[in-house]
Ligand binder design. Structure first.
Ligand code: SAH
Ligand code: SF4
Ligand code: F3S
Length: 453
């Protein structure tokens, strides 16, 4: 082989191509990057399309019923492909198959699926693949393993932003939520492991990271002398790191120390994803959220007083068991008052094993649907109002990608505070930080023109 050629020359040594389909949240996106790293270490390469893959993996989500149904549909649809290519390896992992019963059901119902395992056995993927290569099947759910494995290989998917886990699992047990059951107890990575990973990413060319946790605000509660604000200070010293994002923030743990850190550290972005879930104290109590609407509004006030440009996004559930019209109006009222940049809104979906699933007064579908519709209409108006305040303003956009399909290439990326901006610009701008003047608004984004530096 000539010098300088890649060590792993695809045609010569590749065992085949893999395709990973990811459902759910950023945790799963990050896990899929690890799965990809493990597969490439085994000698597989990324497939361009599902149809040409020799290994297909589904990384599943079970947060709502809809998410689970989609996964089942997707697996069923692969039966023919598997029949046509019997050597193809099919695997299902992630949150859905961390539920023992669901994993067993899936394993029985789809005999053509080779590998089924839960969230915390990802590092074993190479073993499961090896077994599948020799025709064996795997069903593996470990309900206790909660070790943190810091050094697994991974193939990053973010072009300009890299995800970095800071804490895993969740201890909050919001009564509607399955996550604590499928992601285990909360555990924090050591600060130096986080900083080392960020520094490595910067050396690889990333200048923006998103620190991930189900509740980043409680980071460090299982470590000595650690807090999320302290971690942010440490990470912010990594040379060359321009933007630090994080999600998700639980209102009950959002400290004044954190607000101060955000305001003072120059590379921490002024955006908080702060799920409120409901505007009614009665509902918040039954959800076990452990804050009141007053406390929530107080935090919003403090964030805005400390950072004039801060943007706040949220998650809201409508139709939680027992939610009355009055409760729902309280949610609308809070949305009106806060003026969120954006809100992810959901109809409550009962999850087996959670407390809310067996609560009385489950809300009929039609009522949930109607409430969701009303909430979305209001949020759309608020998003637009929020966008309009940017007209004529200038800011720095970190360009993420470029759409070259139209007559003129259009780049897009975000302001530091998460506002999405579209701007006519050539593809060479991808990865750069460019000044943009806002000229117009769209439903969920801004449009503008490039300015001189
Ligand atoms: N850890 C994060 C988000 C977890 S899941 C947090 O605490 O904010 C993302 C969102 O899904 C939640 O914020 C909630 O709004 C929604 N969600 C969770 N369980 C749900 C359920 N059973 N039905 C409907 N929405 C749900
Ligand atoms: Fe679920 Fe609540 Fe934990 Fe978020 S904080 S993952 S909503 S239990
Ligand atoms: Fe879904 Fe698991 Fe995330 S249930 S929302 S993928 S933590």
């Amino acid at each position: 082989m000539e010098q300088g050629l890649p060590i792993r020359e695809p045609e010569l040594t590749s065992k085949g191509a893999y395709y990973i389909e990811t459902f759910g949240c950023q945790m799963n996106v990050r896990d899929s990057e690890t799965a990809a790293g493990l597969l490439e270490n085994c000698g597989y390469l990324r497939a361009e399309a599902k149809e040409s893959a020799d290994i297909i993996l589904f990384n599943t989500c079970c947060i709502r019923d809809h998410a689970e149904k989609r996964v089942f549909g997707n697996i069923g649809a692969l039966k023919e492909q598997k029949e046509a290519h019997p050597n193809m390896i099919l695997g299902v992992f992630g949150c859905m198959t961390q539920q023992k019963e669901v994993a067993e059901k899936l394993y029985k119902r789809f005999p053509f699926v080779d590998i089924v395992f839960g969230t915390n056995l990802l590092s074993k993927l190479p073993q499961f693949i090896e077994l599948a290569e020799s025709g064996g099947r795997t069903l593996a759910v470990d309900e206790n393993n909660i070790t943190i494995e810091d050094d697994l290989p991974s193939i990053r998917t973010g072009r300009v932003n890299a995800f970095v886990n800071i804490n895993y699992g969740c201890d909050n047990f919001c009564t509607y939520c399955i996550v604590p059951y499928v992601r285990g107890r909360e555990r924090s990575r050591e600060p130096r492991a986080v900083v080392a990973e960020v520094a490595k990413l910067v050396s690889e060319g990333y200048s923006e990271v998103t620190l991930l946790g189900q509740n980043v605000n409680s980071y460090g509660k299982d470590l000595e002398n650690a807090s999320f604000a302290k971690l942010l200070s440490l990470v912010s010293t990594v040379e060359g790191l321009q933007r630090i994002r994080f999600m998700t923030s639980h209102p009950k743990d959002l400290s004044d120390e954190l607000i101060l850190a955000m305001a003072e550290l120059p590379n921490v972005c002024h955006h908080v994803h702060l799920p409120v879930q409901s505007g009614s104290n009665v509902v918040l109590e039954r959800m076990n959220r452990r804050y009141t609407r007053e406390r929530y509004l107080d935090i919003v006030g403090k964030l805005r007083a400390s950072m004039a440009d801060v943007e706040i996004t949220t998650d809201i559930i409508v139709g939680f068991p027992g939610e009355t019209d009055e409760d729902f109006l309280q949610t609308l009222d809070l949305v009106e008052q806060v003026g969120f940049t954006a809100a992810f809104t959901f109809q409550y979906s009962p999850r087996k094993g959670t407390r809310a699933a067996t609560m009385e007064n489950q809300i009929p579908e039609a009522v949930k649907r109607e409430r969701l519709h009303r909430l979305n209409e209001l949020q759309q108006r608020k998003s637009r109002e929020n966008n309009e305040k940017y007209i004529g303003k200038r800011g720095i956009v970190h360009i993420e990608d470029c759409d070259t399909r139209g007559e003129e290439p259009v780049c897009y990326g975000k302001f530091s505070n998460f506002k999405m901006v579209y701007v006519p610009a050539p593809p060479e701008m991808v990865g750069r930080y460019v000044p943009v003047r806002i000229l117009n608004v769209r439903k969920n984004s801004l449009t503008g023109k490039l300015e001189e530096l």
